[in-house]
Design a binder for this molecule. Sequence first.
Ligand code: GLU
Length: 280
Amino acid sequence: MIVTRFAPSPTGYLHLGHAFSAFNAWRRARAAGGRFLLRLEDIDPGRFRPEYGAAIQRDLDWLGLNWDEPIRVQSQHLKEYQTVLDGLAERGLVYSCFCTRADIAREIAASAGAPHGPDGAALYPGTCRSLASSERAERIAAGARFALRLDMQAALRSAPSYRALSYDEEGEGCIACRPERFGDVVLARKDAPASYHLCVTHDDAVQGVTLVSRGADLKPATDLHRLLQDLMGWPPPRYAHHRLLTDTAGRRLAKRDKAVTLDALRAEGVSARAIIEQFE
Ligand code: GLU
């Protein structure tokens, strides 16, 4: 059975781009008699507001994009993410990182030709990777805050199918993955118990998602998601990354574009049917 999901972060009101994303996932599931799930990715304590979670449900309801219960709310599953992190730590695949943004920027500025990740930002230079365990323990005992980073090289060595890591993208076929481009990514932040990459792959597995339908902006991250799935023994879903809606100037729609929130469109008298029709 096909299982898809819509997984917004409740950090603002849904706009047309979200509606398009939800519609794609909903349509794929409903056309095949499958399940369409809703997941609220609310693990970023600084940006999440409960009223946005409620607004998401109201907007989907209004659009007629009915989901199958239960809704998964990530903040209610922090213990599960911690268990995954503990497992990776036991296998020596994550390490504590005490660096501040300023520390990292300094290191990168000092090292000419630092490698860059898929988003164009310089990769973490690995400063804390080689800290002695006694030093780590001392810093933690002294109350230093830390993030957990994946030791990418160790992870690649221990991933069962690293050399053949790939995913099935609808319309494109098999795409080879190069997760090493991400370097030592953060899997738990200093201020958030688990990162997007960890939670999204964990939850897709737990919810039995078979087709990840989402925006093309997340396509590069799939390389990393496949590595995490491989390390954890989670079954790989198929992927269908859809185009991103843009405004008249060709810019991608964003939460800051208040005019295209579903709330604003509804207030202007635009009907749900008119919105869905333009996606069909
Ligand atoms: N929560 C993510 C976002 O709102 C989407 C996650 C996903 O579809 O993989 O951008």
